[in-house]
Ligand binder design. Structure first.
Ligand SMILES: NC(=O)c1ccc[n+]([C@@H]2O[C@H](COP(=O)([O-])OP(=O)(O)OC[C@H]3O[C@@H](n4cnc5c(N)ncnc54)[C@H](O)[C@@H]3O)[C@@H](O)[C@H]2O)c1
Length: 283
């Protein structure tokens, strides 16, 4: 019998994480502050499972089995019996700290609190709980059901048992792991987000069109997706937030966000999830 997993946040990432957990046989409880996000999350998972059936990755009869393993919960208290919570709420430090403080009170002392943060210090989040040794970063990649990697980030206080537990869990979810120290951006975003920012600068300065910038990096640098498409996919608000974290923590101007990125986020052009970013997604 596998242990239960709790997911906080049912946006793009929480949805994908609940999908892979349930597919691997874990009973999964998912919580969000917005009801409609939870309903949409189940719908998205259903569509993504159907896509996996079409690709021959899973069998049709698995769809209902997997969906039955995902339970929507309307309070955080309902997570009191899970062995591990993977938090994938919005990328805001105050939100994460508030969630971790509440989970710390609700979950048994030996349960693990993992965060999918892209950029916030694991050590800082951990220090706001009574169990810093049980707090760890599990950074899934988007789209979770497709991407093979989970970056594991140990906070300064994370213990060995917590580390091996999440490595084993990630492998059981069918993922490969890489291990990063707890510095801003970890490995993936330390390299990826400044590259995306530079692509936005190239567009802002009129060096190339959106299409030409993406085409150049896809066909010229063998990237599977252009940087501006990837920015839309990640969410421009998330890209901006990660840049601000890198800029503020390293105090290095090389991480300054492009003014166009700031303007687009102000306008609500957040990429695929809002229907508009560097490309249009409205039908
Ligand atoms: N988008 C990516 O490509 C990507 C990749 C890796 C990691 N991440 C990280 O994953 C996390 C989630 O990102 P996302 O893209 O899914 O964002 P999103 O905006 O799609 O979803 C965030 C969800 O969190 C919910 N939420 C906000 N406050 C909450 C609270 N107090 N309790 C419960 N739910 C709450 C929101 O209602 C929303 O449904 C962030 O930390 C982000 O940095 C994102």
């Amino acid at each position: 019998m596998k242990f239960k997993i709790g997911i906080i946040g049912s946006g793009q990432m929480g949805t994908g994480i609940s999908h892979v957990c349930a597919l691997a046989g874990y009973e999964t409880k998912i919580y969000d502050v917005i009801d409609i996000q939870l309903k949409n999350s189940i719908e998205t998972t259903k569509n993504n499972l159907m896509r996996q059936v079409k690709k021959g990755i899973i069998k049709e009869e698995q769809i209902d089995e997997v969906l039955n393993r995902i339970k929507i919960v309307n309070t955080m208290d309902a997570l009191s019996d899970v062995k591990i919570v993977i938090e994938a709420a919005s990328e805001k430090e105050d939100i994460k700290i508030d969630v971790f403080k509440r989970l710390d009170k609700i979950l048994p002392a030996d349960s693990i609190l993992a965060t999918n943060t892209s950029s916030i210090s694991i050590t800082k989040i951990a220090s706001t709980t009574m169990r810093p040794e049980k707090v760890i970063g599990m950074h899934f990649m988007n789209p979770v059901p497709v991407m093979k990697l989970v970056e594991i980030i140990r906070g300064l206080a994370t213990d060995e048992a917590t580390f091996s537990f999440v490595v084993d869990l990630a492998k059981d979810l069918g993922k490969e792991v890489s291990v990063s120290k707890d510095y801003p951006g970890f490995i993936a975003n330390r390299i990826l987000i400044p590259m995306i920012n530079e692509a936005i600068f190239a567009y802002y300065e009129g060096i190339g069109t959106v299409e030409d910038i993406d085409k150049t990096m896809m066909l010229g640098a063998n990237h599977p997706m252009g940087p501006l498409t990837l920015a839309d996919f990640i969410g421009l608000d998330t890209v901006l937030y990660v840049l601000e974290v890198l800029y503020n923590n390293f105090r290095d101007p090389k991480f300054r966000p492009c003014p166009l990125l700031i303007k687009m986020v102000e306008a609500g052009y957040l990429g695929k999830k809002s229907g508009k970013g560097f490309y249009n997604y409205k039908k």
